[in-house]
Write a protein that binds this ligand. Structure first.
Ligand code: PMP
Length: 398
């Protein structure tokens, strides 16, 4: 039994389910539910503009959550943390704000393993500006081809956008090395940390990136909230991307003056309870021994790989491995979506399909696959349920 499982009320209520779809979204610990509940019960008011005490209290909690995020990702300044709806919106924000720096002479470098959230915003920016999107392929063993990356990044490159951890392969990309190559050409580096923050201790300074995007809901926080971290001096050079209240210093009938970052990027009333919930989620993570958690997740991942190997007929997607608990595979002769359906009937929740990574699937010549993604609250019995379910699926379908 996982030592952390008791923190998650849903898992107590749905004890029979082996929830192995954590890369899609995680379950929420009691402390996150309590923090959000307490906001609505005791502190609910709009932030920043109120003249009353309730508004001041709500603002204090909201800004405290921003400071928690800043501390959590490497002791950075709170004004480098922009609230967004999630990773997707964070990347769209950067792609939109970089449009003035793009043009037919500029490149945007991405990788074949990117989630659609780290591809489509760049395609859209390229369509608007005539810039070229260049994709770095993977090696035969399914890792990022660093030689090809060095070849693709040039003085034409405006931005390199890369996942910290792949949502399909579970591998950790060498962000520090990518940053060195990127910086040597004066380009910017955006890291999609959606799958990293739930598992790794992230230090954006050590990584050497310029922007870091992640979603609250995959890291034990609520949906509808996310973060864009950006270097202070860089955020100051970028324009607003959405207009409205909150993001302005002054408004005239003939124009407006935007606020300083991060507020410049936060038009309209934010998801106040969401930010507070994410703050509580990160404090929850910080209250744990992260090394112990990673070692636990890593052991479970090894167990899963061993048990899949023993089952036979399992083709793992990508041969490179890491200690991140994301394992994708196919069962010989069986369609991935049929496996998902049969597993669901047996109380095992996995994800099947292209996992919002169609270019990766195309490059691997796969129509899709099954993904089992584990979390700190899973345990050996969840792995055994999955393996048993796969056996049943095979008996039924072959
Ligand atoms: N990037 C990666 C690597 C992801 O795994 C995901 C979510 N599956 C996203 C981006 C998008 O996150 P969100 O939908 O929370 O914006």
């Amino acid at each position: 039994m996982s030592p952390w499982r008791h923190h998650f009320p849903l898992l107590r209520a749905r004890d029979a389910v082996a929830y192995l779809d954590n890369a899609a979204t995680s379950q929420k610990p009691q402390v996150v539910l309590d923090a959000m509940h307490s906001h609505y019960r005791e502190f609910n008011a709009n932030v920043h503009r109120a003249t009353h005490q309730l508004g001041a209290d709500a603002t204090e909690m909201f800004e405290r959550a921003r400071a928690t995020v800043a501390r959590h990702i490497g002791n950075r300044k709170p004004n480098e943390v922009v609230w967004t709806r999630g990773t997707t919106e964070s990347i769209n924000l950067v792609a939109n704000c970089l449009v003035p720096s793009l043009g037919p002479e500029r490149d945007i470098v991405v990788t074949t393993m990117e989630h659609h959230s780290n591809l489509v915003p760049w395609h859209m920016a390229a369509e608007r500006t005539g810039a070229t999107v260049r994709a770095v392929p993977l090696t035969a063993s399914g890792e990022l081809d660093m030689v090809a990356l060095a070849r693709n990044v040039s003085d034409r490159t405006c931005v390199v956008a890369v996942a910290h951890v792949s949502n399909v392969l579970g591998i950790v990309n060498p962000v520090r090395d990518i940053a060195d190559i990127t910086q040597a050409h004066g380009a910017l580096l955006l890291v999609d940390g959606a799958q990293a923050v739930p598992h790794l201790c992230v230090d954006v300074t050590g990584l050497g990136c310029d922007f870091y995007a992640f979603s609250s809901h995959k890291a034990y926080g609520p949906t509808g909230t996310g973060v864009l971290w950006g270097r202070e001096e860089l955020l100051e050079t970028l324009g607003p991307w959405q207009g409205g209240g909150e993001m302005i210093e002054t408004v005239r009938l003939d124009g407006f003056t935007p606020q300083a970052p991060p507020y410049r990027f936060e038009a309209g009333t934010p998801h106040i309870a969401g930010a507070i919930g994410l703050g509580a989620a990160l404090e929850f993570l910080e209250s744990l021994d992260r090394e112990e958690v990673l070692a636990y997740e890593s052991r479970l991942t090894d167990l899963l790989r061993t048990r899949l190997d023993e089952l036979g007929g399992v083709q793992l997607v990508g041969s490179a491995t890491s200690n991140i608990p994301i394992v994708s595979f196919n069962l010989e002769g069986v369609h991935h979506s049929d496996i998902g359906t049969i597993l669901d009937q047996q109380g095992v929740a996995v994800r099947t399909g292209h996992h919002c990574a169609q270019p990766l699937m195309t490059s691997l010549d796969l129509p899709g696959c099954v993904r089992a993604s584990l979390s700190l609250y899973n345990d050996d019995s969840d792995v055994e349920k999955l393996v048993k379910g796969l056996g049943v699926a095979r008996d039924l379908l072959l």
